[in-house]
Write a protein that binds this ligand. Structure first.
Ligand SMILES: [Zn+2]
Length: 511
């Protein structure tokens, strides 16, 4: 048993070492794909292998190979000869020149985009991938510009990176917050949820204030020793001096049955371009697809403001499993129907007689892949929204196994756990000590990044063996009580009275 666990640990650690560079590689791959499409479209033979970072070349050799092969000139001339075409050489060379210009424009666009996201090295590599860039004064000026901008950047104080989080956003506040006097769930909605209007104002304000979204993993430098053990130290984030880093997470992106009829999106779907969007069922029962939650809204914002994100970072999405994920009913219990199954699940099954677990899982995986493709990461939020502080070891084990069986195959393995109910494994000041049984267990299951809820502006703990960060809930409760001057816990980010949704009723106090 011990041996098995050890093997597991090594495997999972090794995997995480690999994952450490995954995002950057993904971005490169996306870049290459775009670039490569252009090459094929234009039929131009330009060696663009430089786009692949040197140390990753071996790992993505498949990509490099296909790029090189396919980037060979499509021999239109030969074809023409065969057909006995009388096309003048002048025209042909003009065509070729137009194609070169098109690729050159694409290179500049991509490089500018990378530089906007503070990834100056990749921007420079991209320019250098254009054959003959040395003799092109505009391109060499680009390189100089990127180098100069890089030189102005300063390291971010990792201890002063704030972490904010949301739940699913409220699309229809009137519906969501109705009946505050009689409906306890409407009260909960008002206390814990943020509306789309509030989210958009917060995002814009934070951007205007110089906040730049970074990945949780950017805060840490992760190394694996010869025994396969992972070690952590503070990471390096380089930003212009007037910028500040922040981390984002989204909790419970599952579209629970309990959200039905309260004006939230119903599931995440892919639009006709394969981009992750939300399905929303309007009051009249008609369904629309659009930007109805954090993921598509943030993607859109970063598309419009590429300097809002560091190296293409997105947020971390924390998922439970008991109602499935992303609005898909992917949990095994929908098929096995255990005796203690909740009434809302049974009701849903009755309403969906053609339910197929395989279909739900396949759909969810497709959407999860597309979300990851854009730079988002997934984390465990425990399968059953567990109170980890109170739970017994036995419950924690059973719960973790359920997450690994029902959620992990859809979103991929993760090294991050975001605790539910704001609970934690130990006091902040104590940290996770070597005798902490729950910590040791979660660590053995591959978790190295631990997040709780903390009202402090900054709460970062990096030890040799784990990363831990407190998160601030930008919810109705905090926005409301900050807006009326009874709390002051958001003013470093935005002015609550400027962002509060006018459709939000007074928020009842917590008992
Ligand atoms: Zn939660």
């Amino acid at each position: 048993m011990e041996k098995h666990q050890d093997t597991y640990e090594r495997k999972s650690n090794k995997e995480q070492g690999r994952k450490y560079r995954q995002r950057k590689r993904d971005m490169q791959k996306r870049l290459i794909k775009t670039f490569f499409t252009l090459l094929v479209m234009t039929g131009i033979g330009i060696t663009a292998v430089v786009l692949i970072p040197k140390n990753d070349k071996g790992k993505v050799s498949g990509q490099g190979e296909s790029l090189q092969t396919s980037a060979k000139p499509v021999d239109k001339e030969e074809e023409s000869k065969d057909l006995g075409s009388q096309e003048p050489d002048v025209q042909k060379s003009q065509e070729k020149q137009d194609n070169v210009d098109e690729v050159r424009t694409a290179v500049i666009t991509q490089a500018d985009l990378l530089a906007a996201g503070y990834d100056y090295d990749s921007a420079i590599e991209t320019v250098k991938s254009f054959e003959g860039y040395e003799r092109d004064s505009e391109l060499t000026a680009k390189i100089t510009d990127y180098e100069n901008r890089k030189a102005t950047c300063v390291p971010v104080d990792i201890d002063k990176v704030t972490h904010v989080f949301y739940h699913s956003l409220v699309v229809d506040p009137e519906l969501c917050f109705a009946n505050q006097d009689t409906d306890p769930q409407a009260v909960g909605n008002n206390q814990w949820m943020t509306t789309i209007e509030e989210f958009n104002k917060i995002t814009q304000t934070m951007y205007d204030e110089g906040y730049v979204l970074v990945d949780l993993h950017d805060m840490v430098k992760e190394t694996t020793d010869e025994n396969g053990n992972v070690h952590f130290e503070k990471g390096e984030i380089m930003l212009p001096p007037d910028k500040k880093a922040f981390v984002l997470s989204v909790d419970d992106l599952c579209y629970y049955h309990s959200y039905d009829g309260y004006g939230y999106a119903s599931k995440m779907v892919l639009d006709e371009n394969g981009k992750p969007k939300c399905e929303y069922i309007q009051r009249d029962g008609t369904t629309v697809v659009g930007d109805y939650d954090v993921v598509p809204l943030m993607n859109k914002f970063i598309e419009e403001h590429p300097d809002a994100s560091y190296h293409g970072a997105r947020g971390t999405i924390a998922l439970t499993g008991y109602n499935g994920i992303l609005g898909y009913r992917t949990d095994i219990s929908y098929q096995t129907k255990p005796a203690d199954m909740n009434a809302d699940k049974l009701k849903w099954l009755e309403e969906h007689p053609d339910f197929s677990l395989d279909t739900e899982r396949a759909e969810a995986k497709k959407v999860a892949d597309a979300i990851k493709e854009q730079g988002w990461r997934f984390a465990s939020h425990t399968w059953g929204h567990l109170k980890v502080g109170e739970a017994s070891m036995e419950r924690l084990r059973a719960d973790t196994e359920k997450w690994k069986e029902n959620v992990e195959p859809l979103v991929g393995s993760t090294d991050t756990i975001i605790f539910a109910h704001g609970q934690d494994l130990a006091e902040w000041t104590t940290g996770y000590t070597p005798d902490n049984e729950k910590y040791n267990y979660l660590k053995s299951q591959g978790f190295n990044y631990f997040c709780n809820v903390d009202s402090q502006q900054y709460a970062v703990q990096i030890t040799d063996t784990y990363f831990r960060q407190g998160r601030r809930n930008l919810d109705g409760y905090r926005i409301y009580y900050n807006s009326i001057g009874e709390m002051d816990s958001l003013s470093d980010l935005f002015n609550a009275s400027d962002v509060i949704d006018p459709k939000r009723p007074p928020v009842p106090r917590l008992n």
